[in-house]
Design a protein around this ligand. Structure first.
Ligand SMILES: Nc1ncnc2c1ncn2[C@@H]1O[C@H](COP(=O)(O)OS(=O)(=O)O)[C@@H](OP(=O)(O)O)[C@H]1O
Length: 378
């Protein structure tokens, strides 16, 4: 970004104070428009790109296992209970920590693993596999079933399934219709500082994931698009100079605009809970209380329920009277990468990104009536 301050001050010498303000206003707006274009901010749906051909076989194997579980449940005379609460995102905003915390609540059941809809190109087969995931958390006795299911699944795939086929699926496998379920399910959308999120996303792709499933391994570590790149280089090359804007780069940039969150509030205002991932990191009990109040959970996540692990991240205490380490439910060490990571960001790029993301974040704040913790960085 050009250093507009000097430019503005020079102009001021011969145009006066009023002109300076007008000029500044125009430059900022001009910059915002350019930045919006650079970030491809649009209201288009967020869609996961299809798997490379080499991964389709692995994806089929993955889905087949899930469908086996679905059929076993059906054979035992039960039907799938769909989740009551879905943590839909946003990626790298603390979604796994939120899920892990919630699963400690006595009224909540679920599955620590994230539920994906793995795209093999056959939507009904893929949806069946998704139901297989839900079959694995079919705890009838629990008041709330909670899952973490990415935005792409919710936004892109469910509505694109043919209605007739969907009807057959629900009649055979589900305890309620998709339609009834979509009217009652609560979407929890955790949003966070868009720049920190982008940095975290970037580091996630660069890191080695020894346990990555075959269907994903082409994205990470040494095979990652960014393996040889620093974050500053990523910003300069891909964002500021628009070079090699791959689907993945576009998706990473788009996620930080929180367009999905805005759509969710707009489409399902009574079923959406937007939480602040920044506050979840500093005072998790405050954010979880918002969800508790929305769905009517019993009190459990008060301040005493949390204890810090060595690096300062909060964990849930199984027993509030003990500070012993084995009493803490924490995230694996890989969560917290940004804090310990070697990646840095220059002040110039930081300023550029915060300016570029300011408008979309503020719009989200307005849409849900929240002053998010990261607004101080704009
Ligand atoms: N309590 C606690 N423990 C550990 N980590 C925490 C916690 N609360 C929030 N975070 C932040 O969560 C970031 C990872 O976000 P996600 O779990 O949403 O990532 S993912 O989308 O599932 O990949 C992770 O980002 P990184 O630091 O980049 O790893 C953390 O900053």
């Amino acid at each position: 970004m050009r250093d507009y301050t000097r430019f503005i001050n020079n102009k001021q010498k011969w145009k006066g104070e009023n002109m300076k303000e007008k000029l500044a206003h125009r430059l900022v707006n001009n910059f915002k428009n350019k930045a919006s274009k650079a970030l491809k901010i649009s209201s288009s749906e967020i869609a996961e790109s299809s798997l490379p051909k080499s991964s389709i076989l692995a994806a089929r194997e993955y889905n087949d296992n899930l469908i086996n579980d679905l059929e076993s449940l059906l054979n035992s005379g039960e039907k799938v209970r769909l989740p009551d609460v879905i943590i839909v995102g946003e990626k790298k905003c603390g979604t796994k920590a939120l899920l892990a915390f919630l699963l400690e609540h006595p009224q909540i059941s679920g599955f620590h693993q994230e539920v994906h809809l793995v795209d093999t190109g056959d939507i009904i087969y893929d949806l069946k596999a998704l139901l297989g995931h839900f079959a694995r958390i079919n705890h009838k006795s629990s008041k709330f079933l909670v899952t973490k299911t990415g935005t792409a699944t919710i936004n892109s795939y469910l509505p694109s399934a043919p209605a007739e086929e969907l009807k057959k699926l629900e009649e055979k496998y589900l305890s309620e219709s998709f339609e009834d379920w979509t009217k009652r399910v609560i979407f929890v959308d955790l949003v966070c500082d868009p720049v920190k999120r982008l940095l975290s996303d970037f580091q996630h792709y660069k890191a080695d994931h020894p346990n990555a499933r075959k269907i994903n391994e082409h994205k990470f570590g040494k095979k990652s698009e960014f393996s040889e790149m620093s974050f500053d280089c990523f910003v300069n090359f891909h964002i500021r100079n628009h070079k090699n804007e791959t689907e993945l780069v576009k998706k990473m940039l788009r996620t930080s605009t929180f367009n999905f969150s805005k759509q969710l509030i707009h489409r399902r205002p009574n079923q959406t809970v937007i939480l602040d991932g920044g506050t979840l990191q500093t005072e998790p009990w405050l954010e979880i209380k918002r969800l508790k109040d929305k769905i009517g959970l019993n009190a459990f996540f008060y301040e005493k329920r949390f204890g810090k692990r060595e690096d300062g991240f909060w964990c849930v205490k199984k027993n509030t009277n003990s500070d012993a380490e084995d009493n803490l439910v924490c995230m694996p060490e890989s969560k917290g990468r940004s804090k310990h990571g070697k990646e840095t960001i220059s002040d110039k790029n930081k300023k550029y990104l915060y300016k570029a993301y300011s408008q979309s974040s503020q719009a989200l704040g307005k849409a849900c009536g929240r002053n998010f913790s990261w607004f101080e960085n704009f």
